[in-house]
Design a protein around this ligand. Structure first.
Ligand code: C2O
Length: 469
């Protein structure tokens, strides 16, 4: 009985589970939909004009919240501080955002859910839903126009150069998430999306958005995260074998604190935010049918993943600066073993960078290439492009959210396969810094703080059918 559960099973199980949960009076289980009867649709902001009722209400709420004192949980400052703050003092739930770990998607989903309810109340618009910014679409690579109007509450002057004039746009390589859609292991899929597009968008926009402690003060933050949340749904729906970590008790039951629209404290767990539509009452415009995982059903994950170190790469420590930097991979030595791994479709090779640290936010994104031929231009459309490195939170020593160095990992099977086709003895891992596009042209990257990569290795992940039934 390993097959996916049918839709009908889901519905049946939901009804049964809801009944028994009510009977037992257990409120933290996942079967109690908060808004099962409502159906909010989070729309794409692309093409919305400043007079769109969604943006009018959002602006009205932001203004009302900005007028409240910092100590009021419904104030703009307090809500932003729940994510991160530079304000002194500590208030309930401040500085609780989750980055660099497997709570990234779930914590931000909870945060948005309560934020959206607060906006509804503050705008006096009970039908309001948070829009999303689909910057991966080539039509939406500049900041949405209504957020650039200096007279709007959705504006802040504290953004990187060019965003508020419309000159700045995202380089294509910064807003990709196809790597994530190839990774069915939850932790890998989630951290891949956290790297790209998530961190890149923060760093590229810069200003308030560029730093964890201030990011949520910019009204565009919530449209960025609405999109990241949509990518959770898309990852589940489109990635073969993808699943939430329902066998992981800590992930399922860790409680996080927020405030509801009446200013009352609320707690939420992973189990309560698995199904956007059924439990939280919303879907995204244009998204595929939502997958509906259930905490109460003990369904074993279809796959188990194991990882082993394939090779330590002796190049690092290396320092990333404003110039292209690389360190070698000895292909002659690894060629045969790599070829063997590449033959097995259940194995994926990852490049993992460890002990990644910097003093303060570098303000730059690095494109990462594996196997780039010596004379080839660093093209993010080529098979050698494996992803991006952008520091946001973990690994930044001056940030409150720093508690350990950051790790980055990239699936590199495709890049290594391309590199093996050449007969060179050595190849390399290459880091190319870049700025945002200004009027469609690359701008010069200005690295505010170099990044040190302490260690690097290749890892092989093996995906096996889960035989325990
Ligand atoms: Cu918790 Cu995009 O940040």
């Amino acid at each position: 009985m390993k097959s996916a559960i049918s839709r009908r099973d889901f519905l049946g199980a939901t009804a049964g589970a809801a009944a028994s949960a009510t009977l037992l009076g257990i409120s933290f289980l996942d079967a109690l939909p908060a808004q099962a009867t409502s159906s909010f649709v989070r729309r794409d902001v692309g093409g919305m004009s400043a007079t769109d009722p969604v943006l009018v209400s959002y602006g009205k709420a932001v203004q009302a919240m900005q007028a409240l004192p910092n100590t009021n949980p419904l104030s703009w400052a307090y809500q932003a501080a729940i994510h991160g703050t530079t304000l002194s003092g500590s208030n309930t739930a401040w500085d609780t955002c989750q980055h660099g770990n497997y709570f990234f998607w779930s914590w931000h989903r909870m945060y948005l859910y309560w934020f959206e309810r607060i906006i509804r109340k503050m705008a006096d618009d009970p039908c309001w839903s948070l829009p999303y910014w689909n910057y991966t679409s080539t039509a939406e690579r500049t900041l949405p126009t209504p957020f650039r109007d200096a007279t709007s509450p959705l504006f802040t002057s504290n953004r990187g150069a060019g965003w508020n004039t419309g000159a700045a746009s995202f380089p294509s390589g910064d807003v990709q998430y196809s790597a994530a859609l190839s990774l069915s292991n939850f932790t890998n899929g989630s951290s891949s999306v956290e790297q790209s597009p998530h961190n890149n968008v923060h760093v590229d926009i810069g200003g308030l958005m560029g730093v964890i402690d201030t990011a949520a003060q910019d009204p565009i933050f919530f449209l960025h995260h609405s999109n990241i949340d949509r990518l959770w749904d898309i990852w589940l729906a489109q990635t073969p074998g993808a699943g939430d970590p329902l066998g992981d008790t800590t992930w399922k039951s860790t409680q996080f604190t927020f405030f509801d629209e009446n200013g009352n404290q609320v707690q939420m767990t992973g189990c309560e935010v698995l199904r956007a539509q059924q439990q939280l009452g919303y879907s995204y415009e244009g998204e595929p049918a939502q997958v509906s995982p259930k905490c109460l059903l003990i369904v074993l994950p279809p796959w188990v993943f194991t990882e082993e170190v394939f090779a330590q790469l002796p190049g690092p420590p290396v320092e990333l600066t404003g110039e292209t930097v690389s360190f070698p991979i000895n292909l002659a030595e690894l060629r045969k073993r790599i070829a063997l791994v590449l033959e097995d479709k259940n194995k994926t090779i990852f490049l993992q960078l460890d002990e990644v640290e910097t003093e303060k936010p570098p303000g730059v994104v690095w494109d990462v290439f594996v196997g780039l031929p010596e004379k080839a231009a660093p093209d993010t459309e080529s098979p050698y492009f494996v992803g991006t490195l952008a520091m946001f939170g973990p690994g930044i020593r001056s940030s409150k959210h720093h508690n350990e160095p950051a790790h980055f990992s990239f699936p590199v099977s495709r890049a290594l396969a391309a590199a093996l086709k050449t007969d060179s003895e050595r190849t390399a891992v290459t880091f190319v810094p870049h700025g945002v596009l200004i009027n469609g042209k690359p701008s010069r990257p200005e690295v505010k703080s170099p990044v040190r990569i302490g260690k690097a290795k290749l890892i092989v992940e093996t995906k096996e059918e889960n035989k325990k039934q």
